[in-house]
Design a protein around this ligand. Structure first.
Ligand code: IDP
Ligand code: MG
Length: 148
């Protein structure tokens, strides 16, 4: 079992896509173990995107991600990190495959609606950053019909 950090960015919230996006993770069979909304502080946004701090798009990215509410989520499942990245699709919406969130709903590189952890180490780091209070431990009864 893995837990991954997924976040609907301000463009997804502004475009009324929260329900559409959350529904895809639910229908896939992942288990929600954390969810909250907030306007991120600059400190949190900078820590989250620290790997990109030298990139030319970094200042714009921080301004964008702190511009309004984001929906922070933790989703759990077998290979949840890879599964979530596949649901999300390629970074640029114009190149992302149809069927993916970015491929179906987006047209841009920066405004791509959603973040998902890319590896176990980044998932652990990001979950600790956005959910310092921890995540929920609960039994989802439907799970018995998700995995054989
Ligand atoms: P990812 O979100 O698919 O993992 P990363 O390369 O990790 O993509 O980039 C993090 C975020 O930074 C992207 O989701 C996107 O919002 C933004 N970003 C990445 N590259 C560019 C760019 O060239 N221009 C503007 N924004 C970018
Ligand atoms: Mg990334």
């Amino acid at each position: 079992m893995e837990t991954t950090y997924v976040m609907i960015k301000p463009d997804g919230v502004q475009r009324n896509l929260i329900g559409e996006i959350v529904g895809r993770f639910e229908r896939k069979g992942l288990k929600l173990v954390g969810m909250k909304a907030m306007v991120p502080t600059e400190e949190l946004a900078r820590a989250h995107y620290d790997v990109h701090k030298e990139r030319p798009f970094f200042p714009g990215l921080i301004k964008f991600v702190t511009s309004g509410p984001v929906v922070c989520m933790a989703w759990q499942g077998v290979e949840a990190i890879t599964v979530a990245r596949k649901l999300i699709g390629a970074t640029n919406g114009r190149q992302a495959e149809p069927g993916t969130i970015r491929g179906d709903l987006g047209m841009d590189m920066g405004f791509n609606m959603i973040h998902g952890s890319d590896a176990p180490e980044t998932a652990a780091f990001e979950l600790g950053l956005w959910f310092p209070e921890g995540t929920m431990d609960w039994e989802k009864t439907m799970t018995q019909w998700v995995y054989e």
